[in-house]
Design a protein. Sequence first.
Length: 341
Amino acid sequence: MKAALLYGIRDLRLEEVEIPEVGPGEILVRVRAATTCGTDLKIYRRGYVGGIIKYPQPFGHEWAGDVVKVGEGVEGIEEGMRIRAGNSTPCYRCSMCRKGYYNLCENRTWLWGSYAEYVKVPAPIVKHNLQILPPHLSYAEAAITEPLACVLHGALKAGVKLGDTVAIIGAGPIGILHCQLAKRMGADKVIIGDMVEERLKVAEKWADVTVNVSEEDLTARVREETDGLGADVVIEAVGLPETWQKALELVSKGGTVLEFGGCPSGTKIEVDTQLLHYGEVTLLGTFHATPEEFTKAFNLISSGVIDVKPLITREVPLSEIKEVFDRILPSKRDLKVAIIP
Ligand SMILES: [Zn+2]
Ligand SMILES: [Zn+2]
């Protein structure tokens, strides 16, 4: 089969490899769509994620496809079923899992390698993080379960509530998912800022206010839109220390700042102690999602409560994957590209 393997920073190769053998509890899936993710672009450009990436690394983690082989002992999954599965599952045994922090599991089973014709799903993921697609749901839409699960995890922790004003930095796929979810969670006004007009155009469908930050200062606009108070919840969806810093300028007293985007390791931000003390501002980061949140995210997509279709701005065959990472994604005009193996 054809599979994209990452050999190092910016060194992605499409190779002919063996179709994986299926062991007990595992399944083999013919990938029908694999969506690109900001995390993939980060890994492509700067390596990353403490210990998770080992070269040559099978690449891609958001996908859906058809079951073609079912290992011994698998229950409820049959050949021909349309499914998607998560990129990880917790162990349910480590100290973090015992505390209920399943997204922080220290002994997670990972699954990478969806930019390929076939993907083998490990037994623990078959058991704990797999969903069957209803007939109306496309493969590419189902693939977006993973980022939505992470967004859901963040939004629940940030505690967006009825009547809140929410300010979002970044109108990429993550920012737009946060925007939709915040409205569904009852936000009264969502203000979203980005530099790319094409992205703001998509965000307009849900956001109350879009701000092109190359023309207008986001802090001034958020203050103006909130009678000088600032937003109840601020969400950073870019993943740069500058925008993490900027997020602190947008928050109201008593509000919450969710620093959602992952920054390069070794980076730092400065926090005004007065903001946290006299302003009682809550500052938090979130990572990944729990299997329960994966299931909820999948249901939100398949019921149409969250509309992920506008996020898929292009379809490209697997043979052109290099082009996607070298040119299409860096231009930032596209949101998510569906890779079709
Ligand atoms: Zn992702
Ligand atoms: Zn664990």
